[in-house]
Design a protein around this ligand. Structure first.
Ligand SMILES: CC(C)(COP(=O)(O)OP(=O)(O)OC[C@H]1O[C@@H](n2cnc3c(N)ncnc32)[C@H](O)[C@@H]1OP(=O)(O)O)[C@@H](O)C(=O)NCCC(=O)NCCS
Length: 160
């Protein structure tokens, strides 16, 4: 299986928003994503899974010959890069796509400290971040709203 990583340009925001909607219960609207990406220092990439050889991809409409299967958006500020969102389609998980998206960020911003927040109950993401070498450096109380007024804490992870 081959995965291509493409920058999210204004031509790709609709596709990227459609991927986001399949990854999160609170998806980003296309206009919101476009606004986020228009801010200076913000980068986004789409992962395109080769549809010719992959059975999973053939269930979805092709995009440039493949399946848009994941995305990552990060923002570089003074001294660090923050991951604003990262997600992979449910049917394309555990294929290494999330890891590839992080590799793209690290290769594009060599030497930068990378930070992110993650819900304390998101074991898939926490396991991925720890495998990539991120260290837990803090916790924010009641950070993520869930249904019925419930909130969940966030861990802050850093990769230096
Ligand atoms: C978190 C997420 C991006 C991981 O993407 P992915 O493409 O499945 O990740 P990878 O295939 O690169 O996984 C790399 C490693 O992370 C760990 N991992 C990933 N998903 C896991 C899971 N569900 N359970 C346990 N470990 C997991 C494993 O160590 C895995 O290696 P392995 O498959 O060889 O065991 C994906 O699960 C996702 O989109 N989740 C919903 C959105 C989300 O929660 N985003 C993060 C918000 S902070």
């Amino acid at each position: 299986m081959r995965t291509t990583i493409l920058p999210i340009t204004p031509l790709h925001t609709a596709v990227a928003a459609a991927v986001h909607a399949q990854c999160f219960k609170r998806p980003w609207e296309e206009s919101f994503l476009a606004g986020v990406l228009s801010i200076s220092g913000t980068f986004g990439w789409l992962a395109i899974l080769d549809s010719n050889r992959d059975r999973i991809a053939n269930r979805a409409p092709p995009f440039r010959g493949g399946l848009p299967a994941g995305l990552i958006v990060c923002r570089l500020t003074v001294g660090e890069a923050e991951i604003l969102t990262v997600g992979v389609l449910p049917r394309a998980r555990r294929l290494g796509i999330g890891s590839l998206l992080f590799k793209k960020v690290c290769n594009t911003l060599p030497g930068e400290t990378i930070i992110l927040e993650v819900a304390v109950d998101n074991m898939a993401a926490i396991t991925l971040y720890q495998k990539l070498g991120f260290k837990k450096v803090g916790r924010r109380s009641h950070y993520y709203p869930r249904i019925n007024g419930v909130t969940v804490d966030a861990f802050i992870f850093r990769l230096s």
